[in-house]
Every structure is written in structure tokens, then in C-alpha cells.
Design a protein around this ligand. Structure first.
Ligand code: DAH
Length: 366
């Protein structure tokens, strides 16, 4: 009884092989019908591989079917033809089933690959997000445009300076507090981060000589603790005009015209006597508030005026420093802060917003 199994007739063995095939192939049967099974690419690839393994196991050299084929010559001659046909037909059924499933899976793989790579040309394109200019850049470019129209060149200075350019050439005495470590940043080897754009006056006159009309926008650095109205790094614009016969009237006319073009034709300018080492005489200038037109508001702190910058007639010592004869040439200079102007114009209550690089803030300008 125990080895009944092994006593199966060859026909029974072939039938058993067919049964085994039907059982194992069942999971692939869905790929032989016309049913529209749709697999993902990686699933289809995995199924195809499993199918190929099964084919080797059931139809390969070591398969039961291959063994049955070898039996054909050994069975009794009277049943040989029938047995041979049985084996053939089982094999043919199996081959057909494998081929159909394989073809189906290959096609699915092909389709999934094509779908993955195809482009829908009817879809609208994806627009890259536009960047825009920083509010300080917007303002700097407006200032540059106005001065270029007045015949000025734009100078680009350096941000790290020697004592000579930052102080000495600007007639700032040895013991002046601005030279101290408390006010100015120094590198370990004694260079200063420029604390004003006035340094560019010196470079420009040395390089271009006189007469000269130039503005120099750029960053300056001071040892200030950041707060809503201070930042240790900020932007200034320096202006310089040197020629024969330049007077304070030219300074006032130029600054007034600049402010009119900036804030509107009815802008009024006012000059107050002041002191700067590199100018004599010196003046600070204010302009009538662009918001309230001088009536008084929050922006101008109810004074009607907005303080903007410093100015004056270039000190003879400064001209001498760059080899210009103050008996022949005279000039005016001015300097103003871009960030401060920016904060006023856009009514920012904290100047530090300008350097936090928060897109939600920066997006609002242009
Ligand atoms: N450099 C000055 C400052 O940073 C501003 C200034 C004042 C510039 C008078 C000038 C000037 O050219 O003539 O406060």
C-alpha cells in the first residue's frame, strides 16, 4: 500500500503532472484570458519572472513531463501511440498557456514603460516661479537712474579698507572715536570694514582724477547692536562732484532735484548746518514728508520733515590727499542711507526685515 503512488501507470503520472500544472499555474491564469488585468510596472516584471521560473520547473529537462517523454519508448507497443499523444497534448496545452501568459505580461511591461516615459504635450507647461528684486535693490536702482540722468557715473568701492581710505584721507583725525574698536569692525590684520561709502570718493578721485561726478552705492559696517532702526550692516549712497567753481548752490540744487525726482516735484528740501570732518562747511539735509506733504504724520514723527543724509563742500585737506589743488577745484559731497529710506517708503517698522530673507516679506515688493 505504501508505495501505491510509485505504482501509478505512466498515464496516471501524466495526468498527475497536468493536475500539478493546473494548480500551480492558477495564479497566472488571469493573464491568459482576455480579462484586462493591469499591473504596475514592477508587479508585471515580478510576475513575468515568477512565470519563467515555473516554466522551467514544469517543462524543463528535470521536469516530470520530461521524464514522461522518456517513458514513451518504454510503454507497451499497443498503448504507445495513445500515450505519446497524451504526453504531446499535455505539453502543448502547457506551452500554449505559458506563451499566452508571457505575452500578456511582456505587453503590460512594455505599456507601463511607455506610459512612464511619455509626455502629455497637451498639458500646460509649469511656469518657473519668478524671482524679484530686493526692495533695497529696487531703491538703489531708482537712485542710480536719477543720478545717471544727471550725468553721474556709478562707482563700486571695496568693503574692506585700510585706515588711510576709511579715515585718514577723509580728514578724520587720529584720535577720532570712529576709529575705535567700539565703532568699527577690524580684521585681525588691521583692515577696517568700511564704516561709510565716503571711502569711494578717495578711490574714485585717485583713479579718475578731476573733474568728477560720481555716486557710490554700497554696504557699510558699524558695530551697532541690531534693533528696529539699526543694523550692523546697511547700505549707503555716496555722491561726489568736483570741478572748477562748484559751490554750495550746486549741492543744494543737485540734492533738491534728486529728491524731487524721487518723491515728486513738490518735494521741499532743507539744509541744516552740521559737522563732518571731510566737508567744510557741512550740512544735513531733510525733505518734506512724502506721505503728509509736511503736515505731520507718523512717518515724519509729526515734524513734516524727514532727515535723510549728510553733505557739504569737500574739505581742502581731502582734495590735497588725492593731489587735487583746492585753489583750482572745489566740490560737494553727500551721503545717505538706503535702508532707512527704504524703511520709510515702505513703512517698515523694523529695518531688520530687510535682511532676514523671508520670502513672505520680500515677495511684497516690485
Ligand atoms: N559719511 C557720512 C556718514 O556715514 C555721510 C556723509 C556726510 C557723506 C557728509 C558725505 C558728506 O559725503 O559730505 O554718516
Amino acid at each position: 500500500m505504501a508505495d501505491r503512488q510509485t505504482e501509478q501507470t505512466p498515464e496516471q503520472q501524466v495526468e498527475a503532472t497536468r493536475k500539478a500544472f493546473e494548480q500551480e499555474f492558477e495564479r497566472f491564469a488571469r493573464f491568459t484570458s482576455d480579462s484586462n488585468v493591469k499591473l504596475l510596472l514592477n508587479e508585471a516584471i515580478a510576475e513575468e519572472r515568477a512565470l519563467s521560473d515555473l516554466r522551467t520547473r514544469l517543462l524543463g529537462k528535470k521536469s516530470d513531463l520530461a521524464a514522461a517523454k522518456k517513458q514513451i519508448g518504454r510503454v507497451a507497443p499497443d498503448v504507445r501511440a495513445a500515450f505519446g499523444q497524451l504526453v504531446q497534448s499535455v505539453q502543448a496545452d502547457m506551452l500554449a498557456a505559458f506563451d499566452r501568459a508571457e505575452e500578456n505580461l511582456k505587453q503590460q511591461i512594455e505599456e507601463a514603460r511607455t506610459a512612464r516615459e511619455s509626455i502629455d504635450v497637451t498639458l500646460p507647461g509649469r511656469r518657473p516661479p519668478y524671482g524679484h528684486r530686493h526692495p533695497i535693490t529696487i531703491l538703489r536702482e531708482r537712485i542710480e537712474d536719477i543720478f545717471v540722468a544727471l550725468g553721474y557715473v556709478i562707482e563700486d568701492g571695496r568693503e574692506i579698507e585700510t585706515d588711510f581710505y576709511n579715515f585718514t584721507a577723509l580728514n578724520i583725525p587720529e584720535n577720532h572715536p570712529a576709529r575705535g574698536e567700539a565703532d568699527t569692525f577690524y580684521t585681525r590684520d588691521g583692515f577696517a570694514l568700511r564704516s561709510q561709502t565716503s571711502t569711494v570718493q578717495i578711490h574714485a578721485m585717485q583713479r579718475r582724477g578731476v573733474p568728477i561726478r560720481m555716486i557710490a552705492p554700497g554696504r557699510v559696517f558699524r558695530r551697532d547692536t541690531p534693533d528696529p532702526t539699526h543694523n550692523p550692516m546697511f547700505y549707503q549712497v555716496e555722491g561726489l562732484c568736483v570741478d572748477r567753481g562748484i559751490t554750495m548752490a550746486h549741492l543744494k540744487g543737485t540734492v533738491t532735484e534728486f529728491l524731487r525726482r524721487m518723491f515728486g516735484p513738490d518735494t521741499v528740501t532743507r539744509f541744516r548746518p552740521s559737522y563732518f570732518p571731510f566737508t567744510e562747511p557741512s550740512a544735513e539735509f531733510d525733505f518734506s514728508c512724502f506721505k503728509c506733504k509736511g503736515a505731520g504724520c507718523r512717518i515724519c514723527k509729526n515734524s513734516g520733515w524727514i532727515e535723510l543724509g549728510g553733505s557739504g563742500m569737500v574739505h581742502p585737506n581731502v582734495l590735497r590727499m588725492v593731489g587735487v589743488d583746492p585753489q583750482v577745484y572745489s566740490g560737494f559731497a553727500f551721503g545717505l542711507g538706503i535702508d532707512r529710506m527704504c524703511a520709510l517708503m515702505y513703512e517698515l517698522d523694523d529695518i531688520r526685515l530687510l535682511f532676514e530673507n523671508d520670502v513672505r516679506f520680500l515677495e511684497q515688493f516690485e
